[in-house]
Design a protein around this ligand. Structure first.
Ligand SMILES: *Cc1c(COP(=O)(O)O)cnc(C)c1O
Length: 355
């Protein structure tokens, strides 16, 4: 089992006021960091005061984008305890991303111990106001000090943490989303299923375009036919068409979201028919016009469940459920946030208490 050295800060920062928290702007007192080399494997696992990372100018990540990340939250329960939500899923996904990018994997038990120890050291930073949490950002990057292009021989794995505010400050407002018909995010065989920084770098252009037109995010279509629904910027998507819940299947170009997986399991448990299948923009348009498109929502760690009130496709507006949150969306939101913040019983065994 991995050994973690802990060096506490001598200058702890003041904790922020819970009501003024945004997303990812304030960081805690410490960070976890460990190094990898092909000869030694992972070494020098340490929790140290939060500080800048110094890199060689030829470091792989700066030139060839060898970077992956994860995102999960620590939640403060009413009884004061702090818990994680399905952390093992994040660890497994990170190792899958690492495999795709030729970065080193971390044995699951070691990764779990690292996460648990780090959150335990920083747990006082978990805010307690409604909807707030401590966002955890594990990331890994290639750090060879040479411009030669090859698989990574040196890497760093880091975890930073940021207390974040409630995603919904004035109740759950449905979002307006633009369907992108030119740029594509990923193709089968590419890195769509890996949580890597490069996927984000390539999607910024469409994001800017959407924002200029008053839309908050982009819904991506498949990269080959630009015809099938894939996912939103940092969320997977689901639709209620008639009595069926439809979500794009994991074909390799879509990020396998843990919130997506959890929604599917909750919905199936409630007796819904959930289909993971191809869903074309034409089918969606038809469902809208014949009145069977009842609800649409995005799902991801940040917002948990985010109702979609309007989609824009090539100038045509698809208004869904009068731009209001639907019943299934609301119920999913209540169930998932209830489990995450420990307000309702976790019958799935998804939560992980920090000691
Ligand atoms: C992280 C992410 C998601 C959501 O995954 P969760 O595990 O539910 O947070 C969806 N799409 C993309 C592109 C992502 O990076």
């Amino acid at each position: 089992m991995i050994d973690i050295r802990i060096e506490k800060t001598t200058a702890p920062k003041a904790k922020p006021d819970s009501s003024t928290l945004g997303f990812g702007k304030i960081f805690t007192d410490h960070m976890f960091i460990m190094d990898y080399s092909a000869d030694k494997g992972w070494y020098d696992a340490r929790i140290v005061p939060f500080e800048n990372i110094s890199l060689h100018p030829a470091s792989t990540v700066l030139h060839y984008g060898s970077e992956i990340f994860e995102g999960l939250k620590a939640y403060r329960r009413k009884d004061g305890k702090v818990q994680l939500f399905r952390p093992i899923e994040n660890i497994r996904r990170m190792n899958n991303s690492a495999e795709r990018l030729c970065l080193p994997q971390i044995p699951e038990e070691d990764a779990m111990k690292i996460l648990e120890t780090f959150v335990s050291v920083e747990q006082d930073w978990t805010p307690s106001a409604e909807g707030t949490s401590l966002y955890l950002r594990p990331f890994m990057f290639g750090n060879d000090e040479t411009l030669g292009v090859h698989a990574v021989h040196n890497a760093k794995f880091v975890i930073i943490a940021s207390p974040v505010g409630s995603y919904y400050k004035e109740g759950i407002n449905p979002v307006k989303i633009m369907i992108e018909s030119e740029d594509v995010r990923a193709v089968r065989g590419g890195t769509g299923y890996a949580k890597c920084g490069g996927n984000y770098a390539a999607s910024n252009r469409a994001g800017e375009k959407a924002e200029k037109q008053g839309y908050s995010q982009v819904l991506w279509l498949d990269g080959v036919e630009r015809k099938y629904i894939e996912e939103v910027g940092a969320m997977n998507v689901m639709f209620k068409i008639g009595d069926e819940i439809v979500t794009p299947m994991l074909s390799g170009s879509i990020l396998p979201g843990i919130t997506r997986k959890s929604c599917i399991e909750v919905l199936k448990g409630e007796g819904y028919t959930v289909s993971e299948r191809l869903l074309s923009i034409d089918e969606l348009g038809e469902a809208l016009h014949n009145g069977t498109l009842k609800e649409a929502w995005g799902c991801g760690t940040a917002a948990v469940v985010s109702p979609i009130g309007e989609l824009l496709y090539k100038g045509e507006k698809f208004v869904i459920n009068n731009g209001e949150i639907g019943e299934v969306t609301q119920s999913l939101y209540d169930t998932l946030t209830g489990i995450q913040w420990g307000k309702i019983e976790d019958t799935f065994g998804w939560t992980y208490e920090i000691k």
